[in-house]
Design a binder for this molecule. Sequence first.
Ligand code: AMP
Ligand code: MG
Length: 401
Amino acid sequence: MVTVEQAEQIINSQIRDYGNELVPFADSLGRVLAEDLFADRDFPPCNRSTMDGIGVSYSAFLNGNKVFNIIATIAAGSLPIEITEPNECVEIMTGAPLPESVDTIIRYEDVEINGGVATVLVEKVKQGQNIHVRGKDKRSGDIVAQAGQVITPSLIGIAASVGKTHLLVKKQPRVVVISTGDELVGVEETPTTYQIRRSNSHTVRAVLEQFKIKVDLLHINDNQTVIKEQLDDYLRKYDVLLLSGGVSMGKFDFVPDALEEAGVQCLFHKVQQRPGKPFWFGIQSDGQLVFAFPGNPVSTFLCLHRYFLPWLQLISKSKKAPGAKAILDREVTFTPNMQYFMQVRVEANDGGQLVASPLEGNGSGDFANLLESIAFMELPMEKTVFNKGEVYRIWPFKLII
Ligand code: AMP
Ligand code: MG
């Protein structure tokens, strides 16, 4: 048996690089960027107006000129048109290029236009106002996005702006999710009183889809020979096997033996935690990793979020997530000598701090509670009483805000 910290350390020392691949930028949401992106030109590429209004030469205004003849209108995307006399101006739209002879924009709200003549209504005009200067945001060649970050909608916008039609992203491991158990039947089937529909693999797949990992779903019955044969096959085809069920002390829990028969070396079996104590983790000679989670749906769910996802984040971004914490809103007692992962609701208080409320009801084994809760709160093994106001690590599985 290992502690949660030891289990985490053993898993996180299994760093893997599955390589990179090029994907169309529009399909890259949620992937991890594997290249730096550079500005292919200055941003903005020319001096341009940030307001709809008129463009003048400031020196004319300084000399007391407040009435200007409009000689042209410059739209965004069109060529700039120069003024040649101090009493001339152009009408100019937001985003339109600035003629060299214009250095100040006065917005429409501050002028009156009548019969092709603009009269400035305000006293104060600043030289250079309402102009977005060429290269102010980025210079050609500057880094606009660094490798190692998750691609968000705003990063997709940046990629579009610099003309990157394809992005180099981290390849994901090939993952298979395998449920075990004779009592399990397919979702579409009608179970007898003694059977249940298998749900774990679907939950795991849904979680991994959020991380853009496409998985195959498989099921094996509780038969050691069959499990071993199937594992041989899957270990050839996949980088990571996520199993659920069959890792406890029961007469039909064949998974650990079958895994070892298939040549997977056990790095730990059993973690001092609740839920998820029988968790088994191992490695095959070619580096394939096997996470064998206990079948209890809450156990599988917890182990996936507490161990697999942080490992995934570590290998793709080469850094550990900082991790959120929350304030416990009432006293909790937990006496077993185990790290307790308690389901909690989490909300921000008026001071902007995260506050966690433990979920009442049927306890942490209740899968339906996962709908109500937002995170697991990790309560340290060394204590039995956790006081109101104490702060502990949380493992969110939904967006907190
Ligand atoms: P096990 O870890 O195989 O002893 O399973 C523990 C409990 O979780 C048993 O009640 C199983 O029926 C249940 N269970 C195992 N696998 C699944 C699954 N894929 N979906 C839903 N429940 C499961
Ligand atoms: Mg079972």
